[in-house]
Design a protein around this ligand. Structure first.
Ligand code: UDP
Length: 319
């Protein structure tokens, strides 16, 4: 049954974040009334500038891990709140575990109380450093449970487990998206992820920092494609987890060279130490998304980098 209809009311945690802010804008475009929550620890009110005066939107500044509720009817609870960049979650390990556990529990309880659909933004990180490539949803993953990245990976794995426990125990209507590396406007210039780092470095004339030999791979999805996929899943009847991302696979040296070409920068490429437990490869198997959602990404890396570079150019001082 479609729930993405004009007049629906939805709650979005992490509303001021990179993905949250795009999600809020798209829900409002569809005529949905949105209550957003964010503690502004990694999200920014600036990301919501275009929607703050929309009467169908309300932002509440609160830490969802402390527990929360929202009065009135709720058709869906979208739990997007979490640090998502390795730099952010390594800096706030306990908070990351809390929002995956206590934050997810609070969001699930609200959904249960209002008989709402629950949507979890999970991650490709639940596959860890994968031994199966590309990664289908049936792969159980290869995660170091006590490694530095476990604060994010295990928090999201627990969040998935808690979500499906609520589906089984209470018949809660759930959707789980496993999001692969996404980029685009509204990423923080200092969030430490590779796309934002390389673009900001290229635009400001600094060296591009490739970690390790730069042969590790990621599959980068432009944010508009990502949100299309998340909305298709939200509005579908697919209760199993679904990978949402782009299955074009690039190594970090290739990405660095593409950013240099598209920015026209004369920055150099330098190598720095590879972070601990950095996955060697990552690429989604999108069979389930294609067959069950009828969705697939459309924007190539080159075409997505162009508006992303323009966004960072608008907020970054030039060299
Ligand atoms: N990376 C890099 N230079 C940077 C930032 C990241 O080479 O300035 C690498 C990082 O080691 C990883 C990949 O880029 O192999 C993607 O890192 P990111 O932090 O964007 O996301 P992850 O997929 O690791 O969560």
């Amino acid at each position: 049954m479609t729930i993405l209809t004009s007049g629906a009311r939805m709650v979005v945690t992490g509303a001021a974040g990179f993905l949250g802010s795009h999600m809020v804008a798209r829900l409002l475009d569809a005529g949905v009334e949105v209550v957003g929550l964010d503690d502004l620890s990694s999200g920014r009110v600036d990301n919501l500038a275009a929607v703050m005066s929309n009467p169908s939107f309300e932002l509440r500044v609160a830490d969802v891990s402390d527990g929360f509720t929202v009065d009135g009817a709720v058709d869906a609870v979208l739990h997007l709140a979490s640090p998502a960049s390795p730099v952010d979650y390594l800096a706030r390990p306990i908070e990351t575990l809390r929002v995956g556990s206590e934050g997810t529990r609070a969001a699930l309880e609200l959904a249960l109380d209002r008989s709402a659909r629950f949507f979890l933004s999970s991650t490709s990180e639940i596959y860890g450093d994968p031994l199966v490539h590309p990664q289908p949803e049936t792969y159980w993953g290869n995660v170091n449970p006590i490694g530095v990245r476990s604060v994010y990976d295990e928090a999201k794995r627990y969040a998935e487990a808690l979500t499906y426990a609520h589906a089984r125990a209470h018949g809660l209507d759930v959707r789980v998206a496993r999001i692969f590396n996404t980029y685009g406007p509204h990423m923080r210039p200092d969030d430490g992820r590779v796309v934002s780092n390389f673009i900001v470095q290229a635009l400001s004339g600094h060296d591009l920092t490739v970690y390790g030999d730069g042969r590790q791979t990621r599959s980068f999805c432009y944010v508009d494609d990502e949100i299309d996929g998340l909305l298709a899943l939200l509005d579908s009847d697919v209760e199993d987890p679904v990978n949402i991302g782009n299955d074009g696979e690039f190594d970090m040296l290739t990405l660095a060279e593409l950013v240099l070409e598209l920015t026209g920068s004369s920055s150099r490429i330098v190598h720095e130490d590879l972070p601990l437990d950095d996955p060697r490869v990552r690429r989604p198997d999108l069979t389930r998304a294609r067959t069950e959602l009828g969705w697939e990404p459309r924007v190539s890396l080159r075409d997505g980098l162009i508006p992303t570079i323009a966004y960072f150019a608008s907020i970054t001082p030039s060299a």
